[in-house]
Design a protein around this ligand. Structure first.
Ligand code: FMN
Length: 414
C-alpha cells in the first residue's frame, strides 16, 4: 500500500515531499506555518493578501494608520475612488514579509507566496505589478497566482531577472481557465512551472458558481491531464480541495498528480494565524454549520462557517484603512449594500447587511471564518480535552500524518 512519501514533487533537480500547504489569507497561512512545510521538505505558502496591515501587526510598521490619516476626510463619503494605495508602502510591506520569511527558512523545502488577482486595490495592474515583482526581489521561491484568471500577470513580471528561475504557477478550477491562461501567456515562451487544480470542496473563494456540488476534483484533474498530454505539455498538476487524509492524497498521486495542496487540516495547528478561539469553532463545526454563500464582494462564492461574525455584520466600509477590494473605479459591492441598508433604516444605530460583507475588515480581524468542506471532520483528527475543548496540533504532526499514513487512517496526537 502506497503512502505520500513514496512520491516526490520535482522542480528541475529539486525533489520535494509532494505536500503543499495552500495560501490562506489574511495571514492564516503564517510565515511560521510556511516555514514548517519547508523545513519538513514540502512547500509552504505565505499570502500576499493585505500585506500592509499584516506588516503593521508583525513588523511594527504604521501603514494602515498613515493611509487612514491621509483619507480620514473621506470616511463618510460613499465615493471611495480617491482612496489609493501608496505603491511604495505596498512594496515595503511585501519586501518585509517575504524577506523576513525567507531569511528564516531552513530545510530542503520551498516557500511560495499566494497572490490573489481579486485584490484589485483601486489600481489592479499597478498594485499587482508591485506585489509580484517585490516578492521576486525579496527572494520568494515561487508565486502561486490565485483568485482570478491572471491573463496579464506573467507579462507584469516578464522583464524581471527572476522571471525564468522562480517557480511560477496558477490555481485553476477548470480546463477552460487553464486554456485561457496558456493562450494568453504563449507569446512569453514561458509555461507555468505548476498548475494547482482546485476542486469545489476547498476553503476560501471557489472558482465555481453556486452549483459547485455538481463538480468533482478527480474528473477535472483527469480532463486537464488529458489535455496536457494531447498538447504535449509537461506541467506538474497539483490537486487541491477536500484532500483530508494521506490516502486521499495517494489516490491523486497514483493518478498522475505531482503533488497535493492542502489547507483545512492546517487551520487547527499552533502555527496557523487564526486565534485559538476561532480554531475551536472550526473544530467544533458540524456539516450543517458550513455553507457556501455569496457574501464576498469579489463575486466568487466562498465557503464559511454560518456562525461567523462577518455574516450579517453592518460595519462601516473600512476602505480608508484597507480598501483592498476596490475595483479599478473605486467601487466595492459591500459599499453599495451598506448604503442601501443605511438609506432604508435612517434612524437605526446599528444596521445589518445580509447579502454582502466587508471582507477586508472581517478577514483582517479573523471574523470571516472561511473553511474547507471537510472542516467538520477536524474533530476526528484530534483529541477532546477534559475541559471540553479540542487539542490544537502541531503543523509537523499534521504534515507527517499526510506524508506517512495509509488506509484512510488519521494519526491522533499523543
Ligand atoms: C481558511 C482558508 C483560507 C484560504 N484562503 C485562501 C487564499 O487566500 N487564497 C487562495 O488561493 N486560497 C485560499 N484557500 C484555499 C487553500 O489554499 C487550498 O487550496 C484549499 O483549501 C485546499 O483544500 P482543503 O482546505 O480541503 O485542504 C483558503 C483555504 C482555507 C481553509
Amino acid at each position: 500500500m502506497k503512502r505520500v512519501d513514496d512520491f516526490r514533487l520535482r522542480f528541475g533537480k529539486q525533489e520535494l515531499v509532494p505536500i503543499m500547504i495552500g495560501g490562506m489569507g489574511v495571514d492564516i497561512s503564517t510565515a511560521e506555518l510556511a516555514l514548517e512545510a519547508a523545513r519538513l521538505g514540502g512547500v509552504g505558502h505565505i499570502s500576499d493578501a493585505m500585506l500592509p496591515t499584516v506588516s503593521d501587526r508583525r513588523y511594527d510598521t504604521d501603514f494602515v494608520k498613515e493611509k487612514l490619516k491621509l483619507y480620514t476626510y473621506n470616511l463618510d463619503n460613499s465615493d471611495k475612488s480617491a482612496v489609493k494605495f501608496d505603491l511604495g508602502q505596498v512594496a515595503e510591506s511585501t519586501r518585509l514579509h517575504v524577506s523576513k520569511t525567507m531569511e528564516a527558512k531552513r530545510g530542503s523545502g520551498m516557500i511560495f507566496i499566494n497572490c490573489m488577482e481579486k485584490l484589485t486595490m483601486n489600481a489592479p495592474r499597478e498594485t499587482l505589478r508591485v506585489r509580484l515583482r517585490t516578492a521576486l526581489d525579496a527572494g520568494i521561491d515561487g508565486i502561486t497566482l490565485s483568485a482570478g484568471l491572471h491573463l496579464g500577470s506573467f507579462a507584469l513580471m516578464e522583464d524581471h531577472p527572476r522571471f525564468r528561475d522562480a517557480r511560477l504557477g496558477i490555481i485553476v478550477s477548470s480546463l477552460r481557465a487553464l486554456q485561457l491562461f496558456l493562450r494568453k501567456t504563449a507569446k512569453l515562451n514561458r509555461l507555468p512551472d505548476f498548475v494547482v487544480v482546485e476542486g469545489p470542496l476547498a476553503g476560501g473563494h471557489l472558482g465555481f458558481d453556486m452549483d459547485w456540488a455538481k463538480y468533482d476534483l478527480h474528473t477535472i484533474m483527469a480532463e486537464i491531464s488529458q489535455y496536457l498530454q494531447t498538447e504535449k505539455l509537461d506541467i506538474p498538476l497539483i490537486a487541491a480541495g477536500g484532500i483530508f487524509t494521506g490516502s486521499d492524497a495517494v489516490s491523486f498521486l497514483e493518478n498522475g498528480a505531482a503533488a497535493v495542496q492542502v489547507a483545512t487540516r492546517f487551520t487547527a495547528v499552533h502555527e496557523c494565524g487564526l486565534p485559538e478561539k476561532v480554531m475551536q469553532e472550526y473544530i467544533k463545526a458540524t456539516e450543517e454549520d458550513i455553507e457556501v454563500n455569496t457574501v464576498s464582494p469579489t463575486g466568487y462564492p466562498m465557503r464559511m462557517l454560518k456562525n461567523c461574525p462577518a455574516i450579517g455584520s453592518g460595519v462601516r466600509p473600512g476602505c480608508e484603512s484597507y480598501g483592498y477590494l476596490l475595483d479599478a473605479s473605486g467601487n466595492c459591492s459591500y459599499i453599495e449594500a451598506y448604503n442601501r441598508e443605511v438609506a432604508a433604516h435612517p434612524k437605526a444605530k446599528k444596521i445589518s447587511v445580509q447579502d454582502k460583507t466587508c471582507l477586508c475588515t472581517h478577514m483582517r480581524n479573523f471574523n470571516c471564518w472561511t473553511c474547507g468542506h471537510y472542516t467538520y471532520r477536524l474533530k476526528d483528527a484530534t483529541r477532546r480535552l477534559p475541559d471540553g475543548s479540542y487539542q490544537i496540533l502541531s503543523a509537523e504532526h499534521v504534515f507527517r500524518d499526510y506524508q506517512f499514513s495509509v488506509d484512510q487512517k488519521i494519526a491522533l496526537p499523543d
